[in-house]
Design a protein around this ligand. Sequence first.
Ligand SMILES: NC(=O)c1ccc[n+]([C@@H]2O[C@H](COP(=O)([O-])OP(=O)(O)OC[C@H]3O[C@@H](n4cnc5c(N)ncnc54)[C@H](OP(=O)(O)O)[C@@H]3O)[C@@H](O)[C@H]2O)c1
Length: 329
Amino acid sequence: MANEIMHAVQYDSYGGGPSGLKHVEVPIPNPSKDEVLLKVEAASLNPFDWKVQKGMLWPFLPSRFPNIPGTDVAGEVVRVGPGVKNFKAGDKVVAMVNPRNGGGLAELAVTMKSLTVARPPEVSAATAVGLPVAGLTAHQALVQPAGIKLDGSGQQANILITAASGGVGLYAVQLAKLGNTHVTATCGARNIELVKSLGADEVIDYKTPEGAALKSPSGRKYDAVIHCATGIPWSTFEPNLSANGKVIDITPTLGSVASFALKKLTFSKKQLVPLLLSPKADNLDYLVKLVKEGKLKTIIDSKYPLAKAEDAWAKSMDGHATGKIIVEP
Ligand SMILES: NC(=O)c1ccc[n+]([C@@H]2O[C@H](COP(=O)([O-])OP(=O)(O)OC[C@H]3O[C@@H](n4cnc5c(N)ncnc54)[C@H](OP(=O)(O)O)[C@@H]3O)[C@@H](O)[C@H]2O)c1
């Protein structure tokens, strides 16, 4: 396969947005020892992808130019590196590409063995491919800092999920309701019925004064906030938190990290907790099983062919997707 080429989408400098993406023919990548080469059936976009292009993770990412973006892929194994024993050609999987290298927006992609999991026939590529970044982030936020037990065995907790209509938020609502929780969610008016249908107990329109103030209509104080929106100050959260309430900020800024440190130093009971995804195959496998059992749904905002990847990119940058944006080669 060394001389074979494939279609891919790449950019060769920071900035440029959708028009910085170029359609190219490049050599098919070779899986190294612990990697898997997939024929991509679906990729999904995350804000992470265009934030890397914008240079927001400079100097760490991307590791080089040109860069083929895209971390979330689902497809069929073509071949595996010599250190991979649990997959073989023909297996259907969902996986995460090494975020340092990217590579998802292509006909074929190399994934890490450690973040590749089997996909049963009941779970389509487009459904599974929303899970790696968005699903795992929702899962990590709920299980770790928020301490929610997804088997329903924990103490009752009041949870607020901001931007509940986004890629992370829609998974967070459904996963939170597997625990012993009361879920308040914020989203735009057009998505209120959808978010309720996925289990939220009460939903507020973020463009109303009550929504902007994050007030629970039933007067609850939140034990944890899964904060998927951006730009909401601590002063808005603070009066809505229970005595030990935590805001789990999945888009941490230098300010939120400083605030986290300050609250720790001052032994504040109310906490702002920055969260960065630490992806684990076991958790991805758990989410795939939930999808198979019908306990977790992927809401697809839109699907684009790889030939129109720049339109998918523009849609993600616009910040108004309802669920996941999928790209199919
Ligand atoms: N820490 C990590 O490791 C990690 C992992 C994944 C994601 N993230 C970050 O988490 C954030 C969310 O990611 P995502 O994939 O869910 O984004 P997304 O899918 O692009 O979110 C879009 C949705 O957010 C809604 N929204 C925007 N502002 C809102 C507000 N103030 N209140 C309520 N809803 C609002 C929009 O609703 P309307 O269309 O009605 O405006 C839209 O439905 C991003 O900043 C992303 O970079 C971080």
